[in-house]
Design a protein. Sequence first.
Length: 273
Amino acid sequence: MIETKQELAIVFGVTGNMAFALGNVLMGLKKHNPDLNEDIIVFEQGISEKDKNLLSSIIPCNFYEYQFPFDNPEFSADCLNRFTHLSFSRYECFRLLDKYKNVLWLDIDILIQRDISGILDYDLECGMRNAGVMFINDKLENNNEIADWCYKRTMELAPYLTFADQGIINLMIQEFNLEVQELNLKYNCHPGFKRAPDAYILHTFCPEKFWNYYNNKEWNEDYKEWLKMGGSPYTGKRVSSVHKFFKERSLPNPFRSPRNFVKHFFANKKAIQ
């Protein structure tokens, strides 16, 4: 007897110090998508039992401790300063197609501010705007082979990867000749874009996040609610006022990128004069 597949899994990869961010995402899902019939899958490393219980009180979650499945000496300290093993837990989305008709991967540096159920209308093998929001369905063949291939290529290319998971996913699409549809910008819109107020998902896909730079009312309110519940707080630093000054004026930061700043200065010197 063939087991009936469940409709949808929404998948996250989360380290213990980022439980607060997942809490905000789950609050957005619950608030704006109350009728969405989904299972929440969380691949995690180091989330405390207290935070797990709090997260599951928002929406029931299935937690799985994630281990990169291969011993790879090529993952040097330099590699892991640029990305963590949990970046690659998104490969497990392909295996989940054995159990689910649809699988949606979401990064946790997002804000869900509207109903996202329309993403289920994408009826191709794979939909994405970047690997931070990736939607796949069970039209995708060889799903476990694809997952194995992604891990294998990650091990081979680890020393050269910058945007680690995105690079491997791009190569995988070419290798398996997948039919990929670009998701509408409303499902993966940066908060600095003009269309941000009307987007369904805001995604801070840069170093500047909701918790260290952007002053977003809804995100702030959800974060306060998370703290009120007793959840672990954000413990990192906020973006410096100097960086913010140059960022808001679209200028190269002379402390981080002195060469780019000098080029910009001389390129615009005539206009300044």
